[in-house]
Design a protein. Structure first.
Length: 212
């Protein structure tokens, strides 16, 4: 019992040290690579976020700390970050096949890094920016994602960005492989439950039902 408590405390201390010591080193490496980089936020666990300027455009980089990921696998700890590398593998396939087309902001994917185009002043899907035609096309793109054997995993209004009349799916690192019909249904059920406006919710349900 005492040994288990000691190991838990030791693991937490080790995780803290690795995160806060490795992050500035990681940032310096990105500074050398891109010359213009800043920390977007502190991230959580093994995930860090950075903004870079590349060829005059701003990109958001999500990086998993491979040291932490390796440690989580070795100690078999029950953290979400344990399977991040597998998720990145699926996203890499989706980007390569261009499955989501114009609804995808992701440009590059490697084992420990995802690069997104960064959009300023974007809003989440809401009553003011709701557009039935664009949403229909997005639903079709999601259904195509399902046909290819993947599902988003965290589909909601908060993960749909709207800018200048265009919709974008974000948090694609949550993408998983479909194991059953229930996975597809859960994807859309999460999206429906995240909508507060009744009119939009009813429209969304009909679009999901009839979109091909």
């Amino acid at each position: 019992m005492i040994k288990q408590i000691f190991m838990r405390i030791f693991n937490k201390i080790l995780l803290f040290i690795i995160v806060y010591v490795s992050r500035p080193i990681e940032w310096l490496i990105l500074m050398i690579k891109y010359k213009n980089c800043k920390i977007y936020n502190k991230g959580r666990g093994a995930l860090n976020k950075y903004l870079i300027n590349k060829n005059g455009e701003v990109y958001l980089i999500k990086k998993t700390n491979f040291i932490i990921e390796y440690r989580l696998k070795v100690f078999a700890l029950r953290y979400k970050e344990r399977i991040l590398s597998n998720k990145y593998k699926y996203l890499q396939e989706i980007v390569k096949k261009d499955i989501l087309k114009d609804f995808n902001l992701c440009t590059e994917v490697s084992k420990h890094e995802i690069v997104y185009k960064y959009i300023t002043s974007a809003e989440h899907l809401n009553v003011k920016n709701f557009n039935e035609k664009i949403l229909l096309n997005l639903i079709k793109a999601i259904k195509n994602l399902h046909k290819q054997g993947y599902y988003h995993g965290d589909l909601s209004c908060n993960n749909i960005l709207v800018k200048d009349g265009k919709y974008y799916l974000i948090d694609l690192d949550e993408i998983k492989v479909i194991l059953s019909q229930k996975d597809k249904e859960n994807d859309f059920n999460k999206l429906i439950s995240s909508v507060k406006d009744k009119k939009i919710k009813n429209t969304l349900i009909n679009l999901i039902k009839y979109a091909k």
